[in-house]
Design a binder for this molecule. Structure first.
Ligand SMILES: N[C@@H](CCC(=O)N[C@@H](CS)C(=O)NCC(=O)O)C(=O)O
Length: 230
């Protein structure tokens, strides 16, 4: 049986990480038998990140590579999509994982009011005496990465102006069908819905969370994808 190495449940979700939720959705969609194995420290993983899966002797890290593996075993996550839809789906996945994701990280790690709640969940296994020091070091590194990436240099207003068109694009597609590319969930839903869900589940009032919570189309979509793929 496949083992999904994932962060543990947090904020009322399967995991705090949208990539771990994506991997769980893909596994469910593939029809493979699997079980979760929770861990909080991913440093020994191939990329130092989660998710990863153990399939027989193989350790496969990164949700994209997990998808490729499941496809090599016969799964079709884009069944019925035209080549044009597949091309558009790819862009939606990248928008979710390479743009919205970094706003999610900023919302959780950069805001001084929200950070203590996130810290106590992420670093719950670190003994209380050391927790604040270790967490502060990881936080510094994370925020420095976001500064280098660029989004960490923007004001709240500037960030909002970047998030809004992405949210509008997702909403626009969902006005036409139950899922992003038709009436069945596909790979794009496995990526986008967990990102939106993560934003709404983050503790405190966050930029992206507020925007999504006020959007009925997206809230219904998050629930629909979880019902179908969770
Ligand atoms: N491209 C990777 C991204 C995975 C990722 O960024 N995982 C984060 C959690 S959301 C992580 O493990 N971070 C731990 C760290 O950077 O130390 C995927 O698709 O699986």
């Amino acid at each position: 049986m496949i083992k999904l190495l994932t962060f543990p449940p947090a904020f009322g979700l399967f995991a705090a990480s949208p990539f771990c939720v994506k991997a769980a959705y893909l596994l469910n969609m593939s029809g493979q038998k699997w079980e979760r194995e929770d861990m909080l420290d991913p440093r020994k993983m191939p990329y130092g990140k989660l998710p990863a899966i153990r399939a027989g002797e193989r350790l496969i890290a990164d949700s994209d590579r997990i998808q490729t593996y499941l496809e090599s075993e016969g799964a079709d996550f884009n069944k019925g999509l035209s080549d044009l839809d597949k091309a558009n789906a790819r862009a939606f996945i990248r928008m979710s994982e390479e743009h919205l994701y970094f706003h999610l990280v900023l919302d959780r790690w950069a805001d001084d009011a929200i950070w203590p709640k996130v810290r106590d969940v992420y670093f719950s296994q670190v003994p209380p005496g050391l927790r604040h020091v270790i967490a502060a070091g990881v936080r510094r590194k994370t925020l420095s990465g976001l500064h280098s990436q660029g989004l960490g240099r923007l004001s709240q207003e500037e960030r909002l102006a970047r998030i809004e068109p992405d949210i509008d694009a997702i909403t626009m597609r969902l006005r036409h069908s139950h899922f992003l590319f038709g009436d069945q969930p596909t790979a794009a839903d496995a990526s986008v819905a967990p990102m939106l869900a993560a934003a709404t589940a983050s503790p405190g009032v966050t930029l992206m969370g507020r925007m999504i919570e006020g959007n009925e189309v997206l809230m219904a979509y998050i629930a629909r994808v979880d019902e179908s793929c969770g």
